[in-house]
Design a protein around this ligand. Structure first.
Ligand code: DAH
Length: 381
């Protein structure tokens, strides 16, 4: 216990420490606001904002505030040492006053430190939240909406017409075995369609289908007879690309098998399809032809949708546009798919979608449809 401490000296010492604290605390003064006063809070916020006060600034200040507290109120501080001297005042009354005086000072210091700590912590939280804020008023990036490819648009129109006529849509494989590509379609071993330059072969002996007619077999095997279906899809041929050829293109196959189906049904169906496609005045024409999988076979043309048959650039002045092949399904094809030709007969047809698309949009080059040039495709929005 220290002896003979003078009351006046102790008070002077305490006041000096208090003053020194006051000077050092100056830079935290603005934070030692009453937290329950909302105006003081928002005023400070506006001030800090205008000064460009950053999160790092706030974090540094909080650390410094803590150092200040330890320096002034910590166990090894001058203040703690001074407090211990109170007991050395001999006069009990003066000892009491000294105790009160120091307690009062300490309460003031603690209060200011605590207020500043709370406000700084709040400021840090606010600045952290501001860093993560999303400005909902910034105009968004306009989503670039895509649209369907012209071939898809046309395919869907064709599908709609046939679905309304009671046809199912078949979507089948693009890689085929010899059986589906050739044998089942009545294309014998020595037929020129089998030549390797006609389609693409894999090393495992598969071929990329060169026509959608392969789906006729799959559909009959799966569904049996009667059957009515169309099969739109990709086909492949080893053609050198030029304005009217591409090694990959699209076809739609049609097949109708039932009891008593005749060529009249074929003509009626194709005619109806083309009238719905190109208008009620459209006339259809069939020309005898040859396909291994049909007997008899016919190619069909329709009156030019542009000039109505007068002759123009699109129909090359003939008044007709050639569209596809067709015929009565060959009995060998029915048999290959286990459909009895004694009971059932059917017709089939096939046409190229891209060719039709090129004609309708007056394209000089079908390769435009496959080049994925946005400047071209944008026009079909
Ligand atoms: N598959 C033929 C081709 O690619 C088109 C065709 C002709 C399909 C006659 C048929 C048909 O279904 O009966 O040229």
């Amino acid at each position: 216990m220290p002896e003979g401490v003078e009351y006046e000296d102790l008070i002077t010492q305490a006041d000096a420490i208090h003053e020194a604290f006051g000077r050092e605390f100056k830079r935290f003064d603005r934070f030692a606001v009453d937290r329950l006063d909302p105006n003081a809070g928002s005023r400070l916020q506006t001030e800090l904002l205008s000064e460009g006060y950053s999160l790092t600034d706030a974090e540094t200040q909080l650390r410094e505030l803590n150092d200040l507290r330890i320096r002034y109120l910590g166990k090894k501080s001058e203040w703690t040492a001074t407090k211990k001297k109170i007991g050395g005042i001999v006069d009990p009354q003066k000892r009491g006053w000294a105790g009160q005086h120091l307690l009062f000072i300490e309460a003031g210091i603690t209060d200011r430190l605590e207020k500043a700590r709370l406000k700084l912590e709040e400021t840090i939280q606010g600045l952290r939240a501001a860093r993560e804020i999303i400005d909902v008023t910034i105009p968004g990036r306009r989503p670039r909406r895509g649209h369907l490819h012209p071939i898809t648009l046309l395919r869907e129109r064709i599908e709609d017409i046939f679905v309304s006529l009671g046809y199912a849509i078949e979507d089948d494989r693009e890689i085929e075995t010899d059986f589906y590509n050739f044998d089942a379609l009545n294309i014998p071993e020595n037929h020129p369609a089998r030549a390797s330059q006609d389609t693409f072969y894999t090393t495992e002996g598969f071929a990329l289908r060169s026509q959608t007619s392969t789906v006729q077999i799959h559909a009959m095997q799966r569904r049996g007879a009667p059957v009515r279906m169309i099969a739109p899809g990709r086909v492949f041929r080893r053609d050198t690309p030029d304005p009217t050829h591409n090694p990959m293109f699209f076809q739609v196959e049609g097949l109708c098998v039932d009891r008593g189906i005749t060529m009249a049904h074929l003509k009626g169906t194709v005619g109806e399809f083309l009238r719905r496609m190109f208008g009620p005045k459209t006339v259809t024409r069939f020309r005898p032809s040859y396909f291994p999988f049909t007997e008899p076979s016919a190619e069909f043309d329709f009156s030019c949708f542009k000039c109505g048959g007068e002759g123009c650039r699109i129909c090359k002045n003939s008044g007709w546009i050639e569209l596809g092949g067709s015929g009565m399904v060959h009995p060998n094809v029915l048999r290959a798919a286990r459909v009895d030709p004694e009971i059932f007969s059917g017709f089939a047809f096939g046409l190229g979608i891209d060719r039709m698309c090129a004609l309708m949009y007056g394209l000089d080059d079908i390769r435009l449809l496959f080049e994925n040039d946005a400047r071209f495709l944008k026009q079909f929005e």
